[in-house]
Ligand binder design. Structure first.
Ligand code: FCB
Length: 438
């Protein structure tokens, strides 16, 4: 199994030079939209500091690096002219990774839709999927001679239902019908994008979670939550149909024939499980993120990370088993897994001593190994995330990195979890090279 780390353009790059505006720039400027009022204009400045990031990945011993390509850096207006300087950034990054023996795994869309496409209607509009395919062809044209494995969309559930249901993510729309249209066009964009990259190994990345009712009477709500979180994407990709929770639409039929079988590999982002129970006073965003599920609230139990997400390693094993059964023969990658913690303990030399994060990673890697032993074809595991970065609506208030980033100097300092993961990787290489298991 390959092991490495993941990041996303808006969360680490900073605007750098020549990037067009995206929906997160505009959303982050709305008062109250982001917890600390921050945006991704500087982030970790990986646009300039990428050589340091690549050196860190090499020090980690990473087999693979999942990063995302910023659509508005490649096509500042979202369509038409490609910015050569934008593509050149990824060109250099890819070359540097390959020189270090690290497989580049670019994701084409990690939530940074060019604002001009949002002004034209965004993902609820079919045209956005067509524009995405053009953009995918441009990136493939530039990198496809050296990169084989691409992901199209990252977590389309978030783009569709956090972006257009609860509105807690960009573009901050609250309209369930628009959320379902966005979901469909994200899948269509994936399928058209895959076709636009002939010869590439193209997958899609979804955030899947076990959905557990807290009591039998919440089974109906849990069924809808499961259909929207998990079934929508898996059923469309495996069978070319949507579960009952998705309102029917005329445009679905032909498109779903394209979506079916369009993932050559499947990426699972896994963080937690969802316990569906009684509504709480603050349940409105949960309900709006799962339109049609009715009245309910999410009830994470302890232990929880600083996102409030329950730590449920065995849920990863379950999800990997479900994907393996639903998409037989399709290689699976754990494309994100990790945890935000307070990082308030340091060892004598000043290193963040994040034993909680180490325990999280260790528990989830063990779950991946159990899933593999049970037959799930898991090809790789990528920790979220290399660097403390811009955590969307939480701004810079939540840290998921295995490397600390000083917010004043942007200096990078590996945490204890970085050293731990480097050790895990080294041990695994030893086992592999002595021919025991893979
Ligand atoms: C996922 C996102 C990623 C990061 C983690 C914590 O939903 O794909 O960008 O924010 O959560």
């Amino acid at each position: 199994m390959q092991i490495g780390a993941a990041t996303a353009a808006y969360q680490v790059e900073g605007a750098g030079d020549g990037r067009g505006p995206c929906i997160w720039d505009v959303f982050a400027a709305r008062p109250g939209a982001v917890l600390d009022g921050s945006d991704g204009a500087l982030a970790c400045d990986s646009f300039h500091r990428w050589p340091e990031d690549v050196a860190l990945l090499a020090e980690l011993g990473a087999d693979a690096y999942r990063f995302s390509v910023s659509w508005p850096r490649v096509q500042p207006a979202g369509s038409g002219a490609v910015a050569p300087a934008g593509l050149a950034y990824y060109d250099r990054l890819v070359d540097a990774l390959l020189e270090r023996g690290i497989t580049p795994m670019p994701t084409l869309y990690h939530w940074d839709l060019p604002q001009s496409l949002q002004d034209a209607g965004g993902w609820p509009e079919r045209d956005t999927a067509l524009r995405f395919a053009d953009y995918a062809a441009a990136v493939h044209g530039a990198l496809g001679d050296r990169v084989t494995r691409f992901a199209t969309m990252n977590e389309p559930w978030c783009s569709a239902f956090l972006g257009h249901g609860s509105g807690v993510h960009a573009p901050g729309v609250q309209d369930p019908a628009a959320a379902f249209r966005a979901a469909h066009h994200l899948l269509l964009g994936h399928a058209l994008g895959a076709r636009a990259m002939p010869g590439a190994d193209v997958g899609i990345v979804c955030n899947l979670y076990p959905v557990l009712p807290t009591a039998p009477e919440f089974a109906p709500q849990a069924r809808v939550v499961d259909e929207i979180q998990n079934g929508l994407w898996l059923d469309a990709l495996a069978h070319g149909r949507y579960p009952a929770a998705v309102p029917p639409a005329d445009e679905h039929a032909d498109d779903l024939a394209l979506v079916r079988g369009s993932a050559a590999w499947f990426g699972v982002n896994y963080y937690t499980a969802l316990r569906v129970g009684p509504a709480r006073p603050d349940s409105a965003p949960d309900q709006a993120s799962y339109p049609g599920a009715g009245e309910f609230g999410l009830h994470p139990r302890d232990p929880r990370t600083s996102m409030g997400w329950e730590v449920v390693p065995e849920g990863l094993e379950q999800v990997l088993g479900r994907v393996a059964r639903t998409l037989p023969g399709v290689p699976i990658w754990v494309t994100e897994n990790g945890a935000a913690y307070a990082d308030d303990v340091r060892s004598a030399d000043g290193t963040v001593d994040d034993r909680d994060r180490i325990a999280y990673l260790e528990g989830h890697l063990a779950a991946v190994e159990r899933a593999r032993a049970a037959g799930a074809p898991v090809a790789g595991y990528l920790a979220w995330t290399l660097l403390d970065n811009y955590e969307w609506a939480y701004g810079y208030t939540r840290t998921f990195g295995i490397v600390e980033v000083d917010r004043d100097t942007l200096d990078r300092r590996p945490k204890a979890s970085f050293r731990w993961l480097a050790g895990y990787l080294a041990r695994q290489r030893e086992v592999t090279s002595t021919g025991d298991t893979q």
